[in-house]
Design a protein around this ligand. Structure first.
Ligand code: FMN
Length: 356
């Protein structure tokens, strides 16, 4: 079973915001801050570089790259790590595919040294199957196993996976036991299935009691998909209620938004759509480093493309097609080159256009 296509739910304009929109978004998160939050324009702040322990895993910074189906390939993970991502995740992996030795699924477990620390994200609805898959992720080198209970895709939800329900604590208990003491087990959740149900907040303490070493909250409801703003009041409430780190996902588009979330009690932040076609956002978030110049942005595009084509062969062409317009919107490619890359039929054509 392969991961479902989330991109279908992604608002086209949210994937790679124009600078003006990004500035508004940062203000949005900062606006929902408690008084006394840091000023983005103020001096560089160390919070993002404070060490963080999640179960047995020690991390040296607090900006992570979110798991993204169809996106978080090894080449993508290496790209964001070059700009400082403190933790990266695999694409979500079907626990059934691992359990039943599906060859394509097992490919998701491949992970080189340069991608650590890395979280392997699993989805599934059966505790036994998830536990077996988690043990195999641990043997494959996972530093952390995350259980995806944050999935809005109907195809996943109707299998019983992808959300928090009465079985969730049992799943976490089985997975934590199978993963063993050296691999942190975490849960990624949404605020609930629909507005007002608060399933995330109600269930999170049970998951922690069952062994979750951290909880990642994407505070949109499943019904919202990726629309509207993330409601980080939920993140702040969870951070107060839980005695494990709470990782905030949703609308992190710059340093101001990241610092605001940490100030509000989150232990770490996850970047997602805003870092697509813009891996250098990590350097801006972590250290206030301005965007690289055009030549450096193009150099990163070439490196990422060469990497993806080498790892993925012909499949890399389709993978890369998701990025060309995002790179264009983020000033790394001009329009004619992005359009030519969109039309490139094979790896040789992509290589030719980028001079690889
Ligand atoms: C294309 C795409 C794929 C995603 N895939 C996953 C996934 O496999 N697992 C998961 O937990 N979340 C997934 N997400 C959700 C993100 O991890 C993140 O929580 C969400 O996009 C909110 O962050 P943002 O507002 O900064 O984009 C995906 C989101 C997008 C847009």
């Amino acid at each position: 079973m392969t991961a479902p296509d989330f991109a279908a739910h992604e608002p086209a304009d949210a994937a790679a915001p124009e600078p003006v929109a990004a500035a508004h978004d940062a203000a949005g998160v900062a606006d929902s801050l408690p008084a006394g939050a840091p000023d983005a324009a103020g001096p560089p702040h160390d919070r993002l570089h404070e060490s963080l322990r999640i179960g047995s895993l020690d991390l040296d910074r607090r900006a992570f790259m979110a798991p993204m189906a169809g996106i978080s390939t090894p080449a993508f993970r290496r790209s964001v790590r070059r700009f400082g991502a403190g933790l990266v995740y695999t694409e979500m992996i079907s626990a059934y595919g691992v359990h039943y030795d599906n060859r394509r699924t097992l490919d998701y477990l491949a992970c080189g040294e340069e991608q650590h620390p890395v979280g392997f994200q699993l989805f599934g609805a059966d505790a036994d199957v998830l536990a077996d898959a988690a043990a195999r992720c641990a043997r494959a080198g996972a530093d952390l196993v995350d259980i995806n209970m944050a999935c809005p895709v109907r195809k996943v939800l109707k299998t019983g996976a992808g959300h928090v329900d009465v079985h969730a604590a049992g799943i976490v208990r089985a997975v934590a036991e199978a993963a063993g003491p050296d691999v942190a087990v975490t849960v990624k959740m949404r605020s609930g299935l629909r507005e007002g149900d608060e399933a995330g907040r109600r269930t999170a303490p049970l998951l922690v009691a069952a062994g979750a070493a951290a909880v990642c909250i994407h505070p949109r409801t499943a019904a919202q998909l990726y629309r509207g703003r993330a409601d980080h009041a939920v993140t702040r409430a969870l951070a107060q209620e839980l005695d494990v780190p709470v990782i905030a996902s949703g609308d992190v588009d710059g340093r101001a938004a990241a610092l605001a979330l940490l100030e509000g009690g989150a232990a770490a932040v996850m970047l997602a759509r805003h870092a697509l076609g813009r891996p250098w956002l990590f350097a801006e978030v972590l250290d206030g480093v301005p965007e690289p110049d055009l030549a450096d942005r193009l150099a990163e595009v070439r490196r990422f493309a060469a990497d993806a084509l080498r790892d993925m062969g012909p499949r890399g062409v389709g993978h890369l097609r998701q990025f060309w317009q995002r790179f264009r919107r983020n000033g790394a490619l001009d329009r004619p080159l992005a359009q030519a890359l969109m039309r490139a039929p094979d790896a040789a054509a992509v290589r030719g256009l980028l001079g690889l």
